[in-house]
Design a protein around this ligand. Sequence first.
Ligand SMILES: [Fe+2]
Ligand SMILES: [Fe+2]
Length: 257
Amino acid sequence: MNILAIGDVVGSIGCRFLREQLPRLKKEKQVDLVIVNGENSADGNGITPTSAEFLLSSGADVITTGNHSFRRRESYELYDNCETLLRPANFPVSVPGRGVCVVDLGRIQVAVINLMGTSYMESLDCPFTRADQILSDPSLPPIKLVDFHAEATGEKGALGYYLDGRVSALFGTHTHVQTADEQLLPQGTAFLSDLGMTGPIHSVLGVKPELVIQKLRTHMPVRFDLADGPCKMEGAIFCIDEKNGNAISVERVQIKS
Ligand SMILES: [Fe+2]
Ligand SMILES: [Fe+2]
């Protein structure tokens, strides 16, 4: 089966580009399931019920998030009510929502796990230990994918090798920059350090470059407005062996307007 994962979708401009491009890509690559990182899908950052609904109605089957999961208070209830909207599983248990879901496609089930890194990020529970706990559940299906929302490539690579042979694929999100290190690890897990971003090409992580420059040069508060202009959609397609959950191939995707 083919599973498409899409990197952080930024704002309404990124959401609209995804809606425009996704149907054709799904058809062309015979995609069975789509995972989208939506932590920046709302204008002004975070995710709202409106932006989550837009992603789901555009073809996303599961939405993952990250350090911006809880930026928008209006989404808290949705995290509790929508099983396919995830926040990192290594948040404290008291926060809304869940970090794991199982999608039932009828003939086959797919587990999606969302974790967050702790290098140069908030000090959540250890993602390695949390992954062990999650994977000790025997009711999970053989096909399991992990969105590891993390800053450091070293931490992403380490978790990839730690989970090699135990999950079908581990891909990174958060940096908004697609890496070219897609590979099959020795025990059968597909790996990519970062999927990239869906949003305006001429931007710094989706934001107007002049605003980021101003912020970095002055260290004064600056409102980060989103850039516009031509867009890109970045991610990867993981081909998974349905019999044993091992990865067969991983192919990066980059579509530009
Ligand atoms: Fe992030
Ligand atoms: Fe992001």
